[in-house]
Every structure is written in C-alpha cells, then in structure tokens.
Design a protein around this ligand. Sequence first.
Ligand code: SF4
Length: 298
Amino acid sequence: MTCKNCLEKPVINLINNNIKLCKKHFNKYFEKKVFKTIKDYKLIGKNDKVAVGLSGGKFSLTLLSLLLKLKNKIKIFDLEAIAIDEGIKGYRDKTLDNAIKYCGENNVRLNIFSYKEEFGNTLDNFLKKSSMKACSMCGPFRRYLLNKKSKELGFTKLATGHNLDDEAQTIMMNYFRRNLETSARLGPITGILKDKRFIKRIKPLYFLTEKEIATYAFLNNLINEFSECPHSSDSYRGDVRDFLNKKHSIITSFIEILPLLKEHFKNTLELKNCKICDEPCSQEICQTCKIVEILKKR
Ligand code: SF4
C-alpha cells in the first residue's frame, strides 16, 4: 500500500476523501488547507496583530506553528500568543510547560493570565465550593479573559485552534437547544456584528478534523503525548461528541446557510455593557460576573 501521490508508505487514511498519504504529502495537504481557509475567508489582513490562544495542546500548537510559517513567508502581520491558566492541577500545568517551551524555542512572545489572579481562585478550588459543571464555569471565564486581555494588549484578531469536530459539536448542541441565533455567531470568523468591544476570533483549522490535526502535531514533533482536560467528558459537549459521525455534511450544509443566519440576526442583537465590569454582553450583567457573584456568596 502506497501514498496516493508517491511510492512512500502512507501515514494517514483521509476517510472523507478516501485517500492515503505519506508524511510529506499529508503535510502539504494539511498546510494548503489551512492557508486556503485563511485566504478564502480573509482571516488575516495587512497590519493585523494576531494573538494565538495557546493552551499548549495539539490544536493550538499546530495553529501557532502554521501561523509562524505564514508570518515568516508574507511578513505582513504581527504574531504573539496568549495563554490562560485555569488552575487545573495535573493538566494545565503540563500543557502550559509545552506552551512556554515552544514559544521560547521559536521566539514568540507569550502572555499568560490566570483565573487565580483575575477571579481570585483556581478552577479546581472554585469547583470545590460550587455545584456548577466545570465547563459551564470555565468556558465563560476563558472566553471573557481572552477577549478582555486581547483588547488590552492591542490585538486585532484572536486565532483559536477550533476545528471541524468542535464546530460540528457546537452546531448540533445549538440545534438540540433550539438556539439558531448562537449558531449565527459561528464560522471560520466569528461574530455577527462588528463591534470594537469584541476581538474577532478566527479559526484557521476550521475545515480539519481532530484526527488530521493530531496526526500533523505528532508527525511534526509538536507534541509527544496526548493530554485531555479531566473535565472534558463531563459536559453536554461530550455527550454530543459521542453522537456525531457525519461531521463533514454538518459543516458543509451549515456553511451554506451561515450568511443567511448572520443577516437574519444582525438587527435582532443589542449589545450592552456589563453593569459590573463594563465588558460587552447581551444582558445587564455578563455571564462571567454572574458566576463570580455566585462564587463570592459561597
Ligand atoms: Fe475548561 Fe471544560 Fe475546557 Fe476543561 S474541558 S479547559 S474545564 S472548558
């Protein structure tokens, strides 16, 4: 059995295209797909200052390595990394070490912020005094900090390692919750409204599967072991993930209706500023401040 394009041994079977590729041709396929997504969806422009949301796991390290390649090639944008330390012992400390090591070796400025400093405690400790599910607390906290700190540091785009699997899961979660409006914010570049209070999030790995990204990360020595957040299966997303197997058709049909969704919900959204922290939100008090208030009372 050989690679579709040469006589080398294949390293991956791309199920959706039914082709087998060797390391060299898989790398070529992978990088071409990422750069095409950036170009087709105009994810990065001249003079952008891009922050990669870096966890130190396979997705974000792959993303950073590719954006570095692009930056060195076209030299029209700035690139740094931003990491959030949630305080998940035995997990985040390890992936943060990977992030620090990679950025040190590749001369990338890494900005680190923690829940402990910003919200007063680690996620591990917050969970001890709350019955909330880990991701229901952690997700809003992390999105909040990434947006706030990216603004403060002057970034114009925040690049995340979200991929085809993540997006398919989110679309299905929103369908199950009958929440089409939230889906309108998705896509390779997020958001419905242009508003300077929100840093645009871009997802250059949007059309690649978790399997493809993990293969790329291993083949290119970006990681040498898998690590997963201990809370990742204890969430609604974890349940939805188990149901999904038709990822490509979900994303393909979603991309077709996405412009209509954005147009439809454009005028129904009213952005406010949180009465407590002044960050942008859709209600009087943002989700993060609500959680912080609950935690304070306990
Ligand atoms: Fe936070 Fe949940 Fe992600 Fe773990 S899986 S880092 S708890 S959002």
